[in-house]
Design a protein around this ligand. Structure first.
Ligand code: TXA
Ligand code: MG
Length: 349
């Protein structure tokens, strides 16, 4: 199929273009659109057939449930059996924004959306294009990240097209994604809410708002744990070559990466490096580098993360060495993604 390409300025929405995109959703088609976190691949979240197309286009396992996106808080009401006090507090504080709440679902939510679970994940995004599109479509929009399953999430329209051109009906190019990592997923069906996926709303913010929060065991990636969030068990975010993640304090971590790089170069391997600006200055020539930003700026690092992981698509290397960062603030989400991207090949310094 031919993927229709719309360009929309998020500060000045073109009504006619937005209407055309919304019409496609109403007719059961797939439309990729920007959010403040990553691009989503949207379909009518109440239409089994439309949602089935999402799984097909992405090559996504059907037991990995989808998030329903809404345009106004009241639209959650028909989707869930109850809204516990904790969930209400989180929604009031962080919506619209990069937070997804998991609640018990009603029969309105199709089985295929929640992958057979009795819960549903709901999010109210902040991006103006996303909200207008959902509002014009007039229904909850199921939208996973708009990448081929297993690949890094897309933070630009170009990244979406690299994976899905010709496999989806349309894309709205609304520029880059401000946050760059996905929403934080919080299960609010437990007495104390449980963090299932770290993301744009940090653990510190949640602690501050709730006073206490459980952390799902699978979060640190220990692959043995039974995951509460089904998506956590699959390979994710993988770059085009095997990746090894280095964890530790600076500058030891940089020293260690540089050491490993010298060995690999000496063995005649083509080496890629995902590093901070600080470490980039010390890289030997011949290394294909992707620089995510300054170590002290986790927001900048999050915003650039998926672009660095995708940068090796067009510059083939044999091995990628990646520099870890501290887990404070957005650093927790960044490290969660880097660990998965490495397939848990981790060297602790
Ligand atoms: O920022 C985001 O959340 C982006 C944008 C497009 O909104 N969407 C996104 O969707 O990241 P996706 O499908 O790539 O990731 C959704 C995550 C998966 O890990 C999935 O397993 C989990 O949310 N999830 C969805 N429904 C769930 C449920 N009922 N219970 C537990 N986890 C759920
Ligand atoms: Mg995803």
């Amino acid at each position: 199929m031919q993927t229709e390409y719309f360009i929309v300025d998020k500060n000045h929405l073109d009504k006619q273009t937005m209407q055309r995109a919304a019409e496609l959703l109403k007719r059961g088609k797939l439309v990729a659109f920007p959010t403040e976190t990553v691009y989503g691949l949207g379909a009518n979240g109440l239409d089994d057939q439309a949602v089935t197309k999402i799984y097909q286009a992405k090559g996504r396992p059907s037991d990995n449930p989808l998030i329903l996106h809404i345009a106004n808080q009241r639209e959650i009401i028909p989707l869930v059996t109850e809204i516990p006090a904790n969930a209400q507090v989180l929604m009031d504080k962080y919506w619209p924004g990069p937070l997804t709440v998991v609640l018990k679902r009603t029969v309105v939510v199709p089985d295929i959306v929640s992958g057979g679970l009795d819960t549903v994940a709901v999010r109210l995004p902040a991006n103006a294009i996303a909200r207008e599109l959902i509002a014009l479509a007039g229904m909850p929009i199921a939208a996973p990240s708009a990448n081929t399953s297993g690949r890094p999430s897309p933070t630009s329209a170009q990244a979406v097209l690299a994976d899905l051109d010709g496999r989806i009906d349309a894309i709205i190019d609304g520029g880059g994604c401000a946050i760059g990592v996905e929403s934080t997923v919080v299960d609010c069906t437990t007495p104390v809410p449980t963090l299932l996926r770290p993301g744009g709303i940090t653990l510190e913010m949640l602690m501050d708002t709730l006073g206490e929060i459980e952390i799902a065991p699978a979060l640190d990636g220990s692959p043995g744990c039974a995951p509460r969030s089904p998506g956590m068990k699959y390979t994710h975010y993988a770059p085009a070559a095997p990746m090894i993640l280095f964890e530790g304090t600076y500058p030891h971590i940089a020293d260690r990466i540089l050491q490993e790089i010298e060995v690999a170069l000496g063995a005649g391997r083509k080496v890629g490096a995902i590093v901070s600006k600080e470490t980039a200055q010390r890289l030997p020539t011949g290394v294909v580098s992707a620089v995510y930003g300054l170590r002290q700026h986790p927001m900048e690092i999050a915003a650039n993360l998926y672009t660095t992981l995708r940068s090796f698509d067009d510059s083939p290397v044999d091995i990628i060495y990646a520099e870890g960062i501290p887990e404070a603030g957005l650093g927790l989400a960044v490290m969660n993604r880097l660990r998965k991207a490495s397939g848990y090949r981790i060297i602790k310094e």
